[in-house]
Design a binder for this molecule. Structure first.
Ligand code: FAD
Length: 461
């Protein structure tokens, strides 16, 4: 759709001349997301600085039925912030103020465009801790994380974004500004709207302000690395450890392919013939982490680990986690197209899932590499391919379909944290019932009767 000059000049009045992008070179930067698998040009990108400006933009879009796609940092891996119907991209990058850190009540209030790492740095100065840690934390915004229900390695012990929301300010499609939720951890006052907004991928409203609960920073932590000659044993170790009642803060897995790419990028020198590595973090008091470290080492050995060692010091631990974080970069940097999936299976099914991946790799003769938050069963099997090589891409796509089918057959989910966006909507009907999809569509209609908010996402149109 082409926006007329009156709309553009009205947008300029709201956000100022420097709060708007119009040139095709600028617009191109907002036409894709972190997955790089989807592209669609917006007509305009706007950068509001206040909730009131967001409301005025929404009113204008509503009156003129213009599609509007909220966007944070654009690091999504599901096509969610790609403006697939054109129109306005509403980017929250300038709504980047931390409004209050309430040390007495362990809470932080921030604007939606605050980058997670920036918030964490401020919290660390006060010995406060916000655990959800998507591995894009150096760029991802709080609003984007809420909108996809993001999580990360700490989910094993601490949960994900949705477990930390107290309240938020949202702007509806018609421009109404509403405060939802509240200030307290326990709050049962009607339907839980903040939980509904969390994971709604910008299709229900634009989030402008969020109040999150915090926890005190653990006094001590220890990092443990365990090397396995069979990825299936690594999967078994994860379940064995959890079922013995040992709950590390993090349990992450990388397979042989990722180990070697990570070695190339970071020079870590992990054993290049290892089939998988598990990285653990245990945290708590100095006494409790010593006991947990011993338990993790013993249980990994029992599950068949070839070698297990604890980090020497904090610097050593930081290197390990930096190496783990470089895993996705290694994947994206080594294939023209990477189909990075986000399935989740119950932890007692992880090893079975990993076995099936070996079969899928052989059946379709494609590289399927694995990185993931194994501790909560959330794995990112990634099929390496090239969209331009039609024959290879078709095989890769069939492998993806089978990965989803396998996860669902094992009682899992098609997305643990990246959302459905454009990437997974063709699998939605396999994952949830038609009745549930109809309920979702009904809810969307109440929030957004004209269907202008991030249209084309979640379900097939
Ligand atoms: C290297 C890498 C590692 C990653 N690791 C993880 C990980 O460990 N865990 C994880 O969960 N994800 C991970 N991701 C995916 C991604 O970073 C997260 O989904 C993140 O939460 C997206 O935040 P963002 O600000 O970039 O949002 P965007 O990508 O800009 O948007 C994501 C979705 O949220 C909507 N949205 C954005 N802001 C708002 C708002 N204010 N109001 C309403 N809707 C909004 C958009 O419309 C879109 O649908 C990773 C991505 C990369 C590139």
């Amino acid at each position: 759709m082409k926006l007329n000059n009156n709309i553009i000049s009205d947008l300029k009045k709201i956000v100022g001349d420097d709060g708007i992008l119009l040139s095709s070179a600028d617009l191109a930067s907002y036409s894709y997301d972190g997955s790089c698998n989807w592209q669609s040009m917006p007509d305009v990108v706007v950068f509001p600085q206040t909730t009131e400006q967001v409301s005025d933009i929404m009113k204008l879009a509503y009156e003129n039925t213009i599609p509007i796609t909220p966007r944070g940092a654009g690091t999504s891996l599901s096509g969610g912030p790609v403006p697939s119907s054109g129109g306005i991209v509403l980017c929250t990058a300038r709504m980047n103020r931390i409004l209050e850190i309430d040390e007495e009540n362990f809470a932080v209030t921030a604007e939606a465009g605050v980058v997670l790492n920036n918030m964490n740095m401020e919290l660390a100065k006060r010995n406060l801790f916000f655990p959800p840690d998507p591995q894009s934390f150096l760029a991802a915004t709080i609003g984007g994380c809420i909108a996809v229900g993001a999580g990360g390695p700490y989910a094993v012990k601490y949960g994900v974004f949705k477990h930390y929301i107290l309240g938020m300010t949202i702007v509806l499609a018609n421009g109404s500004i509403i405060d939802i939720g509240g200030n307290t951890m326990k709050n049962v006052t009607g339907y839980d709207l903040p939980q509904l907004v969390c994971g709604s991928e910008g299709t229900l409203c634009t989030v402008t302000k969020i109040k999150l609960r915090l926890v005190p920073k653990p006094k001590a932590s220890q990092t443990i690395t365990a090397v396995f000659n069979d990825v299936t044993n690594a999967g078994n170790a994860v379940h064995m450890i959890k079922s013995k009642g040992v709950i590390p803060a993090k349990i992450e897995l990388i397979d042989n392919w990722v180990i070697n790419r990570v070695n190339e990028i970071t020079g870590m020198g992990f054993p290049s013939d290892a089939d998988a590595i598990l990285f653990f973090e245990v945290d708590g008091s100095p006494e409790s982490i010593k006991k947990e470290e011993e338990d993790v080492v013993a249980l990994c050995k029992e599950a068949g680990a070839e070698d297990v060692w604890a980090a020497k010091d904090a610097e050593d631990a930081m290197k390990v986690w930096g190496a783990r974080r470089s895993g996705f970069l290694a994947i994206y940097g080594n294939a023209p197209t990477a189909l990075a999936e986000d399935v989740t299976v119950p932890t007692n099914k992880i090893s079975e899932f990993l076995e099936r991946v070996k079969d899928i790799r052989k059946k379709y003769d494609v590289e399927v590499v694995i990185i993931g938050h194994a501790g909560d069963g959330n794995l990112h099997p990634t099929v390496l391919t090239d969209k331009k090589d039609t024959e290879h891409y078709e095989r890769a796509d069939k492998a993806v379909q089978e990965l989803f089918k396998t996860a669902l057959n094992l009682g899992g989910a098609i997305s643990g944290e990246h959302g459905i966006g454009l990437e997974k909507q063709r699998f939605l009907k396999d994952a949830i019932s038609g009745d549930e999809i109809n309920l979702l569509k009904g809810i969307k209609k109440i929030f957004d009767p004209k269907g202008i908010l991030n249209p084309g996402k979640i379900w097939e149109q």
